[in-house]
Every structure is written in structure tokens, then in C-alpha cells.
Design a protein around this ligand. Sequence first.
Ligand SMILES: NC(=O)c1ccc[n+]([C@@H]2O[C@H](COP(=O)([O-])OP(=O)(O)OC[C@H]3O[C@@H](n4cnc5c(N)ncnc54)[C@H](OP(=O)(O)O)[C@@H]3O)[C@@H](O)[C@H]2O)c1
Length: 350
Amino acid sequence: MQQSNKTTLDRNSLENDQMLAIVQDTYGATDVLQLRTVDRPEIEPTEVLIEVHAAGVDRGVWHLMTGLPYLVRVAGFGVTKPKNPVLGLDVAGVVVAVGSEVTRFQPGDEVFGVGKGSYAQYTAAEQDKLAHKPSNATFEQAAVSAISGITALEALTDVGKFEPGQKVLIIGASGGVGTFAVQLAHALGAEITGVSGPGMTDTVRKIGADRVIDYTKEDLVDGTSQYDLILDIGGRNSISRLRSVLAKKGTLVIVGGEGGNKLTGGVGRQVRAMMISPFIGQRLTAFVATEHFTSIERLAGYIESGEVVPTIGGRYRLAEVPAAIDHLATSESSGKTVIVVRERNGGANS
Ligand SMILES: NC(=O)c1ccc[n+]([C@@H]2O[C@H](COP(=O)([O-])OP(=O)(O)OC[C@H]3O[C@@H](n4cnc5c(N)ncnc54)[C@H](OP(=O)(O)O)[C@@H]3O)[C@@H](O)[C@H]2O)c1
């Protein structure tokens, strides 16, 4: 993508084929991010061009910004600098152009899903990573839903093989993935214990948890509780601690957990769990969410029915992306953070 030096906050002064975007030339902390004018992305035959109304902030964005752990860089995102200088994944907006092989969307469709640089006025996205926006959801709600929501849904169902009535422990219940996991587990008929920090326990209870453990006051290993399914989303508890509260035939799904070393980010915990699993009665597993439209459409169904309402913890404008990402790292709010790119009246918001 070519970049000009022009920086303006006035959308009307932009050339037609240009846009404002949050761009980074190197990996690093939020001070590497700049609001700049760049060319609008070209789309491939299987892609659509989306006019971005809102974009979501999640941990994945922090990893792409910093290039940490280094595993991220060799996974195809650029070894010495980001291949795609425009940051942002989660997106909701309106399709303005479609590639020659696109069959599922047409200009004018309201969509949400995963884009290729959503902190911008326009983004390209693969049609397979998009679904139609639920009619009852705002662009802001839809923009924070895809990545966290499908991660929660796949963790519970495809990977966790949840069955109604099971006891589920959700560690990291107040966060981006956790707030979707609690609501989905509730909709599916789980008995839910959620683990969160102080100040978030009421939120976790309100969205469907039967019991909430504040990890600063109580230990989730209490010597009595046993769970059929554990979603390990935050906190990086050791495998042996998690196994001690997992039923004999129970399933542990390791979704994430920040920290670890710079090279692998501590993926060793996931690898160890999967190596032990074949030799024990419990099933220990980890996964990476598919980002496929079949999961996004399933998630959309839960939003459409009102069983899942995306939890928005903070709102920022496009120029404020650095502050939004810093806010994410401090973990001071529940749910997801949204970047509002276009106001509801259609005006640009940068
Ligand atoms: N496998 C995948 O495909 C996939 C997809 C998406 C995300 N992830 C990963 O999943 C993880 C969570 O993502 P997220 O977006 O939900 O992050 P997030 O919004 O920052 O949420 C993290 C959660 O962990 C909780 N937590 C923090 N320290 C804890 C502790 N010591 N004990 C128990 N809970 C603790 C937080 O509670 P408080 O905020 O209340 O303190 C919060 O609920 C990240 O590592 C992310 O990279 C994986």
C-alpha cells in the first residue's frame, strides 16, 4: 500500500481513492501508531471493500502491533515489520464494492467480521470472514463481536463439546472472549462459574453466571468444586491446578492467557496440555478460532435472538486507537472496546 505524507482529519478534503487509517511502519508500543492518509485498499476477486463504521479492539491487535511473541512474525505477519501497515481486525460496516468472485454479498449490505486493517475508513475483507450484521445490533456492537464471539462459541461447542446441564468454569469471564462465553454458555443451558477481577463480578453475574469467583480474593481451587468443562481464557493457571478442578472425564479448553516469554508467549502450556491428554481420562486441548463465516453466522443467530448482547466497555475515535489499545492493556473495564469510525448520522469520526 502506498502512503502519502498528507494528514488531515477532514474526510471531504481526501482524494476519492484515499482514506484515513491508523498505520505502523515498525513493530512496537502504541507510539509507533500514526493517523495517516493512505490509498484505499485494492480488493482481490474473493474480497469485498467495506466502508468501516466501527472496529473492535482485542488482544490479537496488540500482538500484531508489537510483533510479540515473535511466533506472530514468523506466522506470516512480517518478520522485521508488519506486512500490512494498517492495524485492526474486527470490523462492521457497509459493503461498497465486491470482487469478481464474491457470491455472498453485494454493495449496500451491512456486514461484520474480520477485515485486513479495520482501523481505517475502508478495509478489504475476504467474503469467507464476513456475515450479514444482525438487524438488532448496532455497528458498534457488531464490530466487537466476531473474533471474541466465535472464539467463545467454538471453545464451548466445536472444541469443548458442551452438553446441556454441564458445569462450566469460565476463567477470564469479564473480558472480551469471556463475556461472550458466559452468555453463550447460559443460552446453551450450562451451570456457570465465572472468574474475574474485582469490580467485574456484578457484570459477570448479570450476563448469566450462577457463581462468580473474584480471583484476587478467592482461589478457584477450593478443594470441593469440579467442572465438566473449563474454558481457560485468562490468568495462566498451571495445567495441574486446572486439572485439580476438572471432573475425571472433563474437558479443558485453553483459549489464551497473556504473558509468557517473548519467543512463544508461553504456547508451551498449550503444547504440554495436548501432549498429556492422550494418557489421561481428562481431555486437555487448545485451539485457534477459525474466523470462518459459518461460525460468524452461528454467532449472529445468538445476537439476533437476543441471547447474546455484546458488552462494550469503552468507546474511542479513530485517532484515539493508541489510547484504546493502552486501555486494553490496563484491563480496567469489562467486555470489548470499540473504535467508532463513522457516526450514526453517517459522518466520519476521526
Ligand atoms: N485461541 C484463540 O483463537 C483466541 C482468540 C481470541 C483471543 N485469544 C486469547 O484469549 C485471551 C483472552 O482474550 P480477551 O480478549 O478475552 O482478553 P481480555 O479482554 O483482556 O480478558 C482477559 C480476562 O482475563 C481475566 N484475568 C486476568 N488476570 C486473571 C487471573 N490472574 N486469574 C483469572 N482471570 C484473570 C480478566 O479479568 P479482569 O479484567 O476482571 O481482571 C479478563 O476477564 C488472550 O490471551 C487472547 O490472546 C485466543
